[in-house]
Design a protein. Structure first.
Length: 255
């Protein structure tokens, strides 16, 4: 995937592109490029990652049989508005995956894409801010193509595109499909169409209208998933006219 311009159909996302055989983390590389002045829409991809991380510094296994990349955004708005970019990214990924019929991708808040009840893709959004100014956002995306090289305990909860579809996947084509879907979602959000994106998120949500338990730093919260707030946070209906807005946490479906 040294070059992707022969397949790329985006206007700005991925037009500045870098590929590495192995990286500590594509997010780390993207951060370094951002600090050096890399433009909006820069994309960094790697064949494998040796020390990738997920949300809350969890280990993210990134063997060679996967698609691992990060992108750089420099939107002209506040850090508060940037908080919803994980939601927007999830919608964009699902749009890109529509090119693969039968995949049935669904979004699990806050940052995962599932298929057939197992994790297919993860998102890690990080931003650099100074007081109330947003300098840039780096978004890391990892898509499993196969689970064969993942640790046994991870294989139990993960799935891969090739296993789901029963066919080999061209990584370069997949990356370009995803970038096209992502660009469409970002353009929509930057254009002020957040509610339309959030409605699409609800249609693709794995847990919409289901009873869940959310583990947060302040304790556990139970309720029915009622959608997203204006900021992209999870809304729970707790019954008796009570509700909760969840900024961050791990969500588990209740039986």
């Amino acid at each position: 995937m040294e070059r992707i311009d022969d397949l790329l159909k985006t206007k700005w996302l991925g037009r500045n592109y870098r590929f590495e055989e192995e990286a500590i983390s594509t997010n780390t590389l993207c951060y370094e490029m951002a600090e050096s002045g890399a433009p909006m829409g820069t994309v960094v991809a790697a064949q494998s990652q040796s020390a990738a991380r997920g949300r809350r510094n969890r280990v993210w296994f990134s063997p060679e049989d996967g698609l691992w990349f990060s992108l750089l955004l420099r939107p002209a708005f506040t850090p508060e508005k940037a908080a919803a970019l994980t939601v927007v990214t999830a919608v964009g990924i699902c749009r890109g995956l529509l090119y693969y019929p039968g995949l049935g991708a669904e979004i699990k808040w806050p940052n995962d894409i599932y298929a057939e009840g197992k994790k297919l893709c993860g998102i890690l959004s990080e931003m650099k801010t100074d007081q109330n100014k947003l300098h840039y956002v780096v978004i890391g995306i990892g898509v499993n193509l196969s689970t064969a090289k993942l640790p046994p305990d991870v294989q139990k909860t993960a799935t891969g595109m090739e296993e789901l579809l029963g066919a080999s996947i061209d990584r370069k084509e997949l990356l370009c499909r995803l970038l096209l879907g992502l660009e469409s979602a970002y353009d929509q959000y930057f254009d002020g169409q957040a509610q339309e994106l959030f409605a699409e998120w609800e249609e693709r949500s794995l847990l919409m209208d289901r009873n869940v338990m959310v583990k947060t730093v302040g304790g556990e919260v139970a309720g029915r998933v009622a959608g997203l707030s204006e900021e992209g946070f999870l809304l729970l209906d707790m019954g008796n006219g009570k509700g909760a807005k969840i900024i961050s946490g791990d969500v588990y479906e209740k039986d």
